[in-house]
Design a protein around this ligand. Structure first.
Ligand code: TNX
Length: 733
């Protein structure tokens, strides 16, 4: 048992001296340090915990460590003892950690609790513990007593591996990273329109064909996969091994097979699952042919076969069946669905969805699992009250879910969607707003928001929260998956773990920037670094560091700052502020590059322009006129994919003298559905065109040396989306 030594510990109300994330429920500071020395003994009731910790210490501190069963090291002073005692009065997943100058003890009532005790202990060590860098000096752990347990039993991450495929190496890294943050659920969005990513033995076609997109594949290229074959999948064997790895780290892997919409990948392989109708209706994402027919009885046999295999691969009690964003009009025009409606006395599409969801719950239960789904599943009729609802659209929908009595996970866009931009300047979606880490941190899952507050009994139905990464925009830049998830996941981990009264943004931010950045760095995570705020005033560039220890580097010639650029050390007096570029650095990682926010980087011209194009607009809203008004909020969307030979010519009324023309394609500021393969040409006389630049990442740039009359986008291969979006060109003086 933990010794009487506690009484000598002063109680400190915050753990900030230790900068632990997620913040423990109770921390009592002690005196002195425990020093890790060679010959360290780790005794444990939990062999995995002992080996896990020993491995980390051996690699990082370079000392010998011996491990053994419980009690094996109690006599020794140089020891860490990990005790799992079922009868200990410690909550599930909770632990007590005692560090004195003599010894370290972890006590828990479950292996999970012991594992989390180990995680906290690691955070008390130098962050090299995560990096495996040997030879680090001063392996000391401050004396402390921590009593800790999670607020919520569900603390998760959702990752969409369909739109962008992530290989197993990435998944394994994430498992480690989640464990370090005491996150215990890994929700894999494993099937969507743009790729089927798990082997199903009964239907090998799903991964032979449905896992691939590209020219000549059953799935068209999209989201930057371009004019090449793109895809991948996990075999059942691989997935089972991964699940085992996660389980050792106390992480449950929850599979999602998104149904009955978002099903283009399977429909492309097995078109017979679709409705019988003469017209196609698009999903919100512009996909057609992606909805299961609800009236086709054979479909339930197929789904039964699939769920049977999913249930045997994944150990989770839950199977998530999606249910979101279904283009339901398809059902209302399908003979079989109409017959079904008639037979069942249904009058609305929501009821058809409810019928489908109920059939799915029967199948899921047949294989010993419980069903989960997105918040749309609560519409159109009742479901079993054990159904787990993932609220995503809004707090209003979360409120609707708990009001109807369903256990609910909060993954609400405006707080938890880490595919959203972190600032207006960064890549990402924005339909749920800008989601900076402060916003993620500000969520109290049990509270709702000012408009939709939860009563006590409603709050009791909230079993946790998670951040989710959808991956339409994840094709670039490199390691963007880490950039989007971290450190927002650290904030979310604390939302899930730490009691609300202990949480405060400034305190979290301090722990994050003083210690956790360094931990993440050592974990090998290319996390997002905030950029400096720069303003130009009184002939001076003034920089506000985004955090105390931030290193800001800058250039004076408009180029990208690098690790070798000058370090900012105070105000810069200049009359050429537009030439300066700044970025925050964390060793080799850096923030986005900015210039002074009140200085125009370029001076843009707005010459009168006429457009000629082989493409037609999807509708009046997306008219070609939108790209000649120099209003970046309006843009053009074509009614089809672009093909080789398609063109768009911007013809100036008068020849324009300018230093540069930047042609960005795709949705402005979100930057997808652009030109995949194409060239930008220009003309001095409006008739003869000269090849200028090739499009790369949707953009091409020209530097004309005399006044020009026209620029032309010439598409050389199909773009990797169902539509092509175009913007105003940027003409730089
Ligand atoms: C909505 S969230 C979706 C996803 C998209 C996401 C983009 C949900 C259940 N459906 O299919 O990827 O928005 O943010």
């Amino acid at each position: 048992m933990l010794g009487a030594a506690f009484s000598t510990f002063a109680i400190s109300t915050t753990a900030q001296n230790f900068n632990i994330i997620p913040k423990p429920q109770e921390v009592k500071e002690g005196n002195g340090m425990f020093e890790i020395k060679s010959g360290l003994a780790i005794s444990s009731d939990d062999a995995f915990c002992a080996e896990y910790l020993a491995e980390k210490i051996k690699n990082a501190a370079g000392v010998d460590v011996v491990t053994g069963g419980a009690g094996s090291a109690t006599a020794s002073n140089n020891c860490i003892s990990i005790k799992v005692d079922k009868s200990a009065e410690i909550p599930q997943e909770g632990y007590k950690l005692l560090v004195t100058p003599e010894r370290v003890e972890i006590l828990a009532s479950t292996g999970t609790g012991a594992f989390y005790g180990v995680q906290t202990l690691m955070q008390l060590m130098p962050s090299a513990i995560y990096g495996g860098a040997t030879g680090f000096e001063n392996w000391k752990i401050p004396a402390v007593e921590i009593n800790d347990y999670p607020r919520f039993s569900y603390r998760g991450l959702m990752l969409d591996v369909s739109r962008t495929f992530f290989g197993l190496e990435t998944l394994y890294k994430f498992a480690d990273w989640l464990a370090y943050h005491k996150v215990n659920k890994f929700h894999l969005h494993i099937v969507d329109d743009n790729g089927w990513r798990i082997e199903i033995k009964k239907y090998p076609v799903l991964t032979q064909k449905g896992a691939w997109r590209g020219p000549g594949e059953v799935l068209p290229p999209t989201f930057g996969s371009g004019n090449k074959r793109y895809g991948g999948f996990y075999t059942q064997k691989e997935m089972k091994e991964f699940i085992k790895y996660c389980k050792e780290r106390h992480i449950e892997v929850i599979p999602e097979i998104d149904l009955p919409g978002h099903s283009k990948a399977i429909a492309a392989c097995m078109p017979e699952i679709l409705c019988q109708k003469d017209k196609d209706f698009e999903s919100v994402q512009g996909e057609i042919g992606n909805v299961f027919c609800v009236g086709r009885e054979e479909n339930y046999k197929i789904l039964d076969n699939i769920i049977k295999e999913i249930a045997s691969i994944f150990e989770s009690d839950y199977i998530h069946i999606g249910g979101d964003e279904v283009a339901m009009e398809n059902w209302l025009h399908c003979n079989r669905c109409k017959e079904l409606m008639e037979r069942e006395g249904m009058t609305s599409a929501d009821q058809i969805q409810n019928y489908f969801v109920k059939r799915m719950s029967q199948i899921v239960e047949k294989y010993g699992k419980k069903m989960a789904g997105w918040d749309e599943i609560i519409d159109g009729g009742e479901l079993d009250k054990n159904t787990r609802v993932y609220a995503w659209k809004s707090m209003k929908r979360a409120h609707a879910s708990v009001s109807k009595g369903y256990p609910t996970i909060i993954q609400v866009g405006e707080y938890n969607y880490v595919d959203m931009k972190q600032s207006p300047l960064e890549r990402g979606h924005n339909w749920a707003g800008i989601v900076p880490i402060e916003k993620t941190y500000s969520l109290d899952p049990c509270a709702g928001n000012s408009q939709y507050q939860f009563t006590e009994s409603q709050a009791a139905l909230v079993i946790g929260s998670q951040v989710g990464l959808w991956t339409e925009l994840l094709n670039r830049p490199a390691r963007f998956v880490e950039y989007q998830i971290f450190p927002r996941l650290a904030a979310s981990a604390e939302v899930g773990w730490t009691n609300q009264n202990l949480r405060e943004w400034n305190d979290f931010h301090k722990r994050l920037t003083e210690s956790h950045y360094d931990r993440m760095y050592n974990m090998g995570i290319a996390f997002r670094i905030p950029w400096p705020e720069v303003i130009y005033e009184d002939n001076t560039l003034k920089v506000k560091k985004p955090f105390k220890s931030a290193v800001i580097r800058y250039t004076t010639d408009g180029s990208e700052p690098t690790v070798n650029s000058a370090t900012y050390n105070g105000d810069i007096v200049t009359d050429k502020p537009q030439e300066f570029r700044f970025a925050t650095f964390y060793n080799q990682f850096k923030s986005i590059t900015v210039c002074a926010s009140n200085v125009e980087r370029y001076k843009y011209l707005t010459p009168d322009v006429e457009i000629e194009s082989s493409l037609e607009a999807m509708s009046q809203r997306w008219s070609i006129d939108n790209i000649k008004d120099y209003d970046s909020k309006t843009y053009f969307r074509s009614n089809r994919k672009a093909q080789a030979g398609d063109y768009v010519t911007y013809k100036f009324k008068e020849a324009v003298k300018c230093s540069m023309i930047i042609v960005e394609t795709g949705i402005p500021n979100i930057d997808f559905y652009g030109v995949t393969d194409g060239i930008l040409e220009y003309s001095y006389n409006g008739v003869d065109f000269i090849k200028g630049a090739e499009f790369a990442d949707n953009v091409a740039t020209l530097h004309p040396d005399k006044p020009i009359k026209a620029v032309r986008i010439s598409v050389t291969a199909p773009n990797d989306a169902h539509t092509l979006c175009l913007q105003d060109i940027k003409v730089v003086e």
